[in-house]
Design a protein around this ligand. Sequence first.
Ligand SMILES: *Cc1c(COP(=O)(O)O)cnc(C)c1O
Length: 450
Amino acid sequence: MSLPNLPESFASDIAQERSLVTAIPGPKSDALMKRRTEAVARGVGTTLPVFIERAGGAILVDVDGNQLIDLGSGIAVTSVGNANAEVVKKVQDQVALFTHTCFMVTPYAGYVEVCEALNRLTPGEHHKRSALFNSGAEAVENAVKIARAYTKRQAVVVVEHAYHGRTNLTMAMTAKDMPYKHGFGPFASDIYRVPTSYPLHDGLSGDEAARQAITKIVKEVGADQVAAVVIEPIQGEGGFIVPAAGFLPALSSFCTENGIVFIADEIQTGFARTGAWFACDHEGVIPDVITTAKGIAGGLPLAAVTGRAEIMDAAHVGGLGGTYGGNPVACAAAIGSIQAMESGNLVTRAAAIEQVMRARLEQIQAKVPAIADIRGRGAMIAVEIVKPGTLEPDDALTAAVAKACHGQGVVVLTAGTYSNVLRFLPPLVISEELLNEALDIIDAAFVDLS
Ligand SMILES: *Cc1c(COP(=O)(O)O)cnc(C)c1O
């Protein structure tokens, strides 16, 4: 098992090595954390109270000089590696030329170039158009606006365990109360939640799970009332839930038959992350509209809605946009990032990362009965953690393993409606040595704690 080599241009000037020179967090991070507590609103959480000074590839360097292995990529964002050379160069060139005009006032080529790339790379050969925004939630909001304008219907269907963002409409679309929604209502109306496909827990085939969801839509919402079904092809915050084969195609066909816009939220799964350009590609599903963000621009804030030209053009002139949407510096970063994905063959590399991770995680699972499931695709892999012999979530063990990894300088994230999923989102450029070292630490944490 070995990961394909990367071109020279991917080399980082930060040594790709873990190195701990203080406790985690160290004294400088502790001091900054005190200032943070005083200055920053409490509602903005912290996974790991370590302040970062520099980063490169899959290594984060903190203010105390510790080098941490990044298995989170800032939540699936820095897929091409942190401070990727092609991204840095494009950003530096652009920022020196001009920083902003507002694309709706006086346009620039970078925005068009990103839309052309999106239209080319997203699933399906049909005629597409794109529009750019600042955040994932904003892309989802706009996808819903467009679907409503196109269908002249209002209902929006989402699924159990969904995550679509933190704005008012997207909070309504997100499933989990704490921390995303709690106390923040009232929420937007006309959002309907139906069961998803969750093989570990429902034991259903893709067809059976789709039938269950479709029956609920037909009987409780009315197929001809629905503007859009919005779904993550692999659920991200919900716990990397991969639906049973056939579920997504069946749901997509139902939408086509009923004039419903099928919107794939690929904000976490998109841009090579799952070992395909987009997760829909694994099942040959062609969404009418797709939302993207996270991995698109190497860390700069950018999001997009891409879809069938006739659907995208249903919104009237001036109906879409925003001051910063498709900022020229963010567009330059996206162009650099997409080039890096192509030149580094990162789609293939993501698939190879899955092979390495699965083999190691299966060895850990053989020793640790608390691991009920290993799932995901490409470099989007998670384990679900339960009380052994049951499917009862063990969020305490999950948090303890994550904390132990953090203490050893490995950044891992948790997820899941029951907070019992440990998820891994390494940069697609991570070296095999670093990946294996991180897996050694994860292995030891599980063995020690379970
Ligand atoms: C992160 C995420 C969002 C929200 O994106 P933001 O940029 O945080 O607003 C929406 N959908 C999915 C699937 C996500 O993973």
